[in-house]
Design a protein around this ligand. Structure first.
Ligand SMILES: Cc1cc2nc3c(=O)[nH]c(=O)nc-3n(C[C@H](O)[C@H](O)[C@H](O)COP(=O)(O)O)c2cc1C
Ligand code: SF4
Ligand code: SF4
Length: 391
């Protein structure tokens, strides 16, 4: 059990907005496999673009959605009301609208709250509605999604308007395409937001086919706008940074995600400050059963490590987030265990390192040349290298 903005959730897992949360059948499956909450697919008062689903996918790397169909508010209201009748899920409604029309946001919020939504999730993150247009040279695109997420005043204006007209929690899903996500989160806090979501990857493009004159690697689409590489483990480290920054700067409850594939990933998001965790791509690549594995793993971890509740792990890593000037390195050097070393040479000849060389039949660390960076230890497949305190 974990508290989130006055809601009591059975665990911290929220299915993130996407093609996994756009029908009642999918929401029922999400609950069946253990999700506590869902964010419904992005909703508009009126969809500005229409298209069909196309995703560039590399199972190990992640996927770049080239297009994913959105919903209109009446459709989402129906989905929410069915979800509240048929499941015990907490339902957050991911929605966006033009940044200059606060009344439109308020209207959408009213309809979704009326349908039974547990929270309104303001989408300030979607990169490929209008941010792409701006980046590619349209001087004055309409302001939606990630363009709002770059503008603290727009965030403030929309949140204040909605907060005055709703009784349910208001969440802001932030864009990671900003220099200082803490500043945007602080603006959201000033306007009264109840929680923020940090779960977005950096803008990306899919690979090109170098043998087909650079055509993008998806024969079923004419082109691609800047989307994000999602479900990638690389995003996870970016997510840690965003979650930790926002938590430290604002103290707001944070739903963290971006690249979560395993329960260990989810636990780390919480240790960096996340109150809840959220994932989408892993479910597209492995099915809803991935939720069960993640939740079970998290619960077993709490039990075996002696934590009494999820609350106890939130923010445990935050004291390690320090100013660069405060960080002190412990002096260490690498040491190779000659019995464990198989002389595979994987640690040899690293471009930054003059510390490892052959000595007769053995590979050894050269005294006085190791500065203790730790790269060789990570590369050794035998676990033959350990770091010891420098004398
Ligand atoms: C195909 C696809 C569609 C998505 N649609 C939405 C959306 O409608 N609204 C939104 O806020 N995020 C959307 N996202 C982003 C996810 O909600 C999530 O924040 C992101 O994928 C990072 O999590 P992951 O790495 O677990 O996928 C979408 C992601 C994917 C892959
Ligand atoms: S710890 Fe770094 S510097 Fe030392 S031997 Fe290994 S790679 Fe080289
Ligand atoms: S990587 Fe490990 S096993 Fe391979 S040579 Fe270096 S120490 Fe030996």
């Amino acid at each position: 059990m974990i508290n989130f903005c006055g809601l009591k959730l059975k665990n911290p897992f929220v299915v993130a907005a996407g093609p996994v949360t756009n029908t009642i059948e999918k929401l029922r499956r999400a609950e069946e496999f253990g999700a506590a909450a869902v964010s419904t697919k992005l909703t508009f008062l009126k969809k500005p673009i229409h298209g069909v689903a196309r995703y560039y996918t590399e199972p190990r790397l992640g996927l770049v959605p080239m297009f994913d169909p959105r919903m209109e508010v009446a459709e989402t209201a129906k989905l929410v009301s069915e979800a509240k009748k048929q499941t015990a899920l907490a339902v957050f409604c991911n929605m966006t609208h033009g940044g200059d029309d606060v009344e439109g946001w308020v209207e959408m919020g009213r309809v979704l709250e009326g349908a039974g939504a547990d929270a309104l999730e303001l989408n300030f993150n979607c990169p490929n509605i209008t941010l792409t247009e701006k980046v590619l040279g349209n001087a004055n695109p309409e302001t939606f999604g990630a363009l709002i997420g770059q503008d603290p005043d727009a965030c403030r204006r929309i949140i204040s308007g909605i907060k005055q007209s709703t009784a349910i929690p208001v969440l802001a899903k932030l864009s990671s395409r900003v220099t200082d996500i803490g500043r945007i989160a602080a603006a959201c806090k000033e306007a009264g937001v109840d929680a923020v979501i940090c779960a977005c990857g950096a803008p990306s493009l899919p690979p090109t086919d170098i043998y087909n004159r650079g055509r993008i690697h998806n024969p079923h689409h004419s082109g691609v706008s800047l989307a994000s590489l999602l479900g990638s483990r690389a995003n996870l480290f970016h997510a840690f940074a965003n979650v930790a920054t926002v938590t430290k700067r604002t103290g707001l409850p944070v739903i963290g995600g971006g690249g979560i594939r395993t329960w260990e990933d989810a636990i780390q998001i919480m240790m960096w400050g996340g109150r809840l965790v959220t994932a989408c791509s892993v479910l597209m690549l492995k099915g809803f059963k991935a939720i069960q594995k993640i939740v079970k793993g998290m619960e077993e971890f709490l039990k075996t490590q002696g934590y009494g509740s999820y609350e106890e792990i939130i923010g445990l890593s935050l004291p390690y987030l320090q100013m660069g000037s405060e960080i002190k390195a412990v002096p260490v050097v690498a040491e190779i265990d000659p019995k464990a070393c198989k002389r595979c040479e994987k640690c040899l000849g690293l471009a930054h390192c003059e510390g490892i060389h052959w000595q007769g039949e053995s590979i050894v660390v050269r005294t006085g040349h190791c500065f203790g960076c730790g790269v060789c230890r990570a590369l050794c497949p035998q676990g033959a290298i350990r770091m010891t305190e420098a004398r």
